[in-house]
Design a protein. Structure first.
Length: 76
């Protein structure tokens, strides 16, 4: 996978394709040691199968209303 690295010596940031477990590499500019950078994400994809039961998503009252609603599309 491609990760961002920042050199400890020259502070340059670069991308490099390395295995996921590799946390450091050699800087291509100064040949110093570079550490993997971690970034916070603003969006997060949650797959549809993330919730394991209806109680994770709906309260008991909400679930009963949805069961009776004819406009709700049900999975087949």
């Amino acid at each position: 996978m491609i990760y961002d690295f920042k050199c400890i010596d020259c502070n340059k940031v670069f991308e490099k394709n390395v295995p996921a477990r590799q946390n450091s590499t050699e800087c291509p500019y100064c040949k110093g040691k570079a550490k993997k950078m971690f970034h916070a994400t603003s969006n997060m994809f949650i797959p549809s199968y993330f919730h394991t039961s209806k109680s994770d998503v709906f309260s008991y009252e909400e679930w009963n209303k949805l069961k009776k609603d004819p406009n709700v599309v049900r999975a087949k």
